[in-house]
Design a protein around this ligand. Structure first.
Ligand code: MG
Length: 161
C-alpha cells in the first residue's frame, strides 16, 4: 500500500461585515473571516494538505486570489475540485485531522455537521475525520481575536486497481 502524507496551514483576519464560514457551516458571530473566497480557514488548510499529499501544488496555484471567478467562492466547492484532482492521481483519503485556532466562538455546537460534510466531500467515513479546536490562550494576534488559523494533516493511499 502506497501512503502519502500532507499538511496544510491557513490564517485569515476577522473583520466586520463578513459571514463566518467554518467547515462549510455558516456560524453566527459578529465578525467574519476576510478573503477573496468565503475564507473558510478550516477547509483551506484541509485543501492545502490534500494538494500537498498528492504533490499538486497549493490552493493559491489552483484558485488564484486575483481571479474574479473565485471571488466569494464556496470553499466546499473548492474542496470538491481538489478531491477530484486527488482521485485523478489514483489516490483516496485514508483520514484527516484538523485543528482550528480561535478565541471564539465555540466550535462544539457545529462539530458534528462539519465532520459529516467533510467526510461526504472526502468520500470517507465520519470516523476518518478528526476535528479539534483550541484557543491561543490570549496570546498574539489570534489571542486578541484579530483572526483565526487552522492546521490540517491528511493521509492518502493509492486506489488499488
Ligand atoms: Mg485561505
Amino acid at each position: 500500500m502506497k501512503l502519502r502524507i500532507g499538511q496544510g496551514y491557513d490564517i485569515h483576519r476577522l473583520v466586520p461585515g463578513r459571514k463566518l464560514m467554518l467547515g462549510g457551516e455558516e456560524i453566527p458571530f459578529d465578525l467574519g473571516l476576510d478573503g477573496h473566497s468565503d475564507a473558510d480557514v478550516l477547509l483551506h488548510a484541509l485543501g492545502d494538505a490534500l494538494l500537498g499529499a498528492a504533490s499538486l501544488g497549493d490552493l493559491g496555484r489552483h484558485f488564484p486570489p486575483g481571479e474574479e471567478r473565485w471571488r466569494g467562492a464556496s470553499s466546499v466547492d473548492l474542496l470538491e475540485r481538489i478531491v477530484a484532482l486527488v482521485r485523478e492521481k489514483g489516490l483516496r483519503v485514508v483520514n484527516c485531522d484538523l485543528t482550528l485556532v480561535a478565541e471564539a466562538p465555540k466550535l462544539a455546537p457545529y462539530r458534528e455537521k462539519i465532520i459529516e460534510r467533510i467526510a461526504r466531500v472526502l468520500g470517507t467515513e465520519e470516523n476518518a475525520v478528526g476535528l479539534k479546536a483550541t484557543t491561543n490562550e490570549g496570546l498574539g494576534a489570534i489571542g486578541r481575536g484579530e483572526g483565526m488559523a487552522a492546521f490540517a494533516v491528511v493521509l492518502l493511499t493509492s486506489v488499488e486497481a
